[in-house]
Structure formats: C-alpha cells, structure tokens
Ligand binder design. Structure first.
Ligand SMILES: NC(=O)c1ccc[n+]([C@@H]2O[C@H](COP(=O)([O-])OP(=O)(O)OC[C@H]3O[C@@H](n4cnc5c(N)ncnc54)[C@H](OP(=O)(O)O)[C@@H]3O)[C@@H](O)[C@H]2O)c1
Length: 333
C-alpha cells in the first residue's frame, strides 16, 4: 500500500472528529478518495420516495435521483410546494419522471393511508421501491403534539418513518430496496432516551422543553432505530442505513439556526453536497463492515463521540418497543 493510501483514512478521520469535514471542505477533499459516483442511468426503471422533498436537501435529492434515471416520488405536506418543485425540476430536466405525493409524516393516520395508497399503486403495476429516504425534518420552538398526541419532532423524525418502513416492506423487498434515515451530527450530543417520559420529552415540563434538544434526541433515535432495523433485516433484500449531511445551506438552517447560519454561512456545503451520501447509499448499496450503518460523505462513521458509551442493547429494545407500540406495529421478539 502506498504511504498516501495509508494516510487517507487518517486524514478522513481527522476531518470527521474535528468537524471540519462537516463543512464544504468535507466533500471538496474527500471526493479525491471516496467511492466512485453511481453510473449515469443506474436507477433507470427504479422508484425512490423522498420525504421532505419540498425544500433543501430533499429537493436536491429529487434532482440527483432523477438524473440517475429514477422515478422520484416527491413527498411533502403542502401540495403547492410540491407543484413548485415538480415545475422547477422539469424545467431543468424535461425527461425527469416525478410523482406528486402528499402526506404529513407527523400524522400516523395520514402515513397509514398514504402507504396503503402507494402500496396499492405499486402492487398494481408490479413495481417495487428501490429507495425510501426519510428526510423530512423539523426543529420547533415549543413542545407541540401530533394528531395522535406524540411530541412533534418524535412523530416526524421517528414514528412516521418507522410506520412507513413497516408498511412498505413488501414493496421495498421486491426491488432490493434501501431505507435511509437522514439524521444529523447533532445526534452526538444526545444519548438514547428509553422511557416514555423522556422519549416523548415530557421530562422538565413545558418550560423545560428545548427544541434543539428535542431535535438532537430524535436524531439519535433515528440512528438507533436504523441500526435495530438493520439487525432485524440482516441478510435479507432490504437494507436500512442512517447518515448525516454535515452542515449544508438550506432554508431549514437559515430559518431554524440563523445565528449558526450567520457565522458559518461561507463554510456551509451546498444542498447537493449535503444530500450526496443519501443518494449514494440508495444507488450504490455499499457493503459496510456489518456493524456500522451510520454514514457521512460516503463512509461509515462512529455513532459515539469521545467518552460516550454505546447504547445498552436492553435499553435500545425498550426504545424500539415504545416505537412499535406507538405506531401500532409489531417488532419481532
Ligand atoms: N441542512 C443541514 O445542515 C442539516 C444538518 C443535519 C441534518 N439535517 C437534516 O436533513 C433533513 C433535511 O433538512 P433541510 O436542511 O433540508 O431542512 P428544510 O429545508 O427545513 O426541509 C425540511 C423538509 O421537511 C419537510 N417536512 C417537515 N415536516 C414535515 C411533515 N410533517 N410532513 C412532511 N414533510 C415535512 C418540510 O416541508 P415544509 O416545506 O412543508 O415545511 C421540508 O420539505 C432534516 O431531517 C434535517 O434534520 C440537515
């Protein structure tokens, strides 16, 4: 092995641990050694669902998946915003195959109805689902609840996506599909919550709620849930991964974190750079070492930082059981 080949993993890890890799420098440097781009047309004839596709990273994913030839199901909660995305992408890429999908990911009844509808359409055509990217995200100022009474970031980041994954498993299996949870590097700041009180962020009372903490907690939950799914489905047709995008310039960052945006603005990567790994995970279906399923810039990354300890398997099971109960689904023993 040439000496620079041995140094590249070290440099990559330094970029990761120092957080410099989260900025636009991450993809700019790493693309010199990261795995090859998916072949043009590699997703032709395949279907991919992107949630939260009306803004930022999700919108960038629509363009990237369409340019690989996929039929992209553009899922949002606002029909006007979806129509705008469809018009913009078609203006730039007239051959793009796009399907409008309206669903509020935080409303479990809406998710159930939408999944049944999509499954019926796919079953009628015999098509499968090659990709399901759980990208929809929110950061809220106050504790609010979903129509089913769940804390809202939990509902949007964890419960809705979990239910979607359960209900679309047959269609995902038919296409050798990949499920990708778009988490956040912010998840490193939170351990997994495992009691109903803390999962639903009722601890501390209304005054104790911090949107940024709720965000970090539920982003940690996404990584743990994706790992649990991966264990459950190991060796089967469907892969389940999680990733984080680094720091990307999107309306979500500008609106939710204006101070961060002001300081970091020039260093933020563009939305396409933030979306890259999720698109690559679906298109390339890379092999991991069997234990790491949390990715960033086309490489597996640790799920703990510095002195953090890995989550206890029994506690993770408590969390998964709560998610299964809240979504009315059954998690195998
Ligand atoms: N940008 C970054 O640097 C960064 C860093 C770490 C993680 N992330 C993660 O990446 C994902 C995308 O972030 P972004 O920066 O692109 O944010 P964004 O610009 O705010 O986009 C978020 C998208 O999610 C949609 N959404 C929110 N709640 C929804 C619901 N209940 N049902 C359906 N769609 C819903 C939004 O739709 P509306 O337009 O209708 O609100 C919007 O399309 C998020 O999961 C975020 O946590 C981003």
């Amino acid at each position: 092995m040439a000496s620079h080949d041995r140094l590249l993993p070290v440099l990559d890890a330094v970029l990761d641990r120092s957080l410099v890799g989260y900025t636009r420098l991450g993809p700019a440097l790493r693309r010199r050694w990261w795995p090859a781009d998916p072949e043009p047309g590699s997703l032709a004839g395949q279907r991919v669902v992107v949630t939260g596709a009306t803004s930022g990273l999700g919108e960038a994913m629509v363009t990237s998946f369409a340019s690989l030839g996929a039929t992209v199901h553009v899922l949002g909660r606002n029909p006007e915003k979806i129509a705008r995305v469809l018009a913009d992408v078609r203006a730039a890429m007239p051959t793009a195959e796009l399907v409008e999908e309206v669903c509020d990911v935080g409303d479990l009844d809406a998710v159930r109805a939408w999944c049944d509808d999509l499954a019926a359409r796919l079953d009628a055509s015999g098509d499968g689902l090659r990709g399901l990217v759980h990208n929809a995200g929110v950061m809220l100022d106050e504790r609010t609840e979903s129509p089913q009474g769940h804390e809202m970031t939990l509902a949007v980041h964890v419960l809705g996506p979990h239910l979607m994954t359960e209900r679309l498993l047959p269609q995902l299996g038919r296409a050798g599909g990949s499920v990708v949870w778009m988490s956040s590097g912010g998840m490193y700041s939170a351990g997994l919550r495992t009691t109903p009180e803390t999962i639903e962020y009722r601890d501390g009372g209304p005054a104790g709620y911090r949107g940024i903490r709720a965000y970090a907690r539920t982003k940690r939950m996404q990584v743990e849930l994706a790992d649990a799914w991966n264990d459950r489905l190991r060796g089967g047709e469907v892969r389940v991964e999680s990733c984080h995008p680094g720091w990307a310039a999107t309306p979500g960052v500008t609106d939710s974190l204006p101070g961060f945006d002001k300081v970091m603005g020039p260093l933020l990567r563009d939305a396409e750079g933030g979306a890259d790994t999720a698109v690559w995970l679906v298109a390339a279906r890379p092999d991991s070492d069997g234990t790491h399923h949390f990715w960033h810039d086309r490489a597996p990354r640790p799920t703990t930082f510095l002195v953090q300890r890995p989550t206890d398997p029994d506690q993770r099971r408590d969390f998964v059981d709560y998610v299964a109960g809240a979504t009315g689904t059954v998690w195998p023993a």
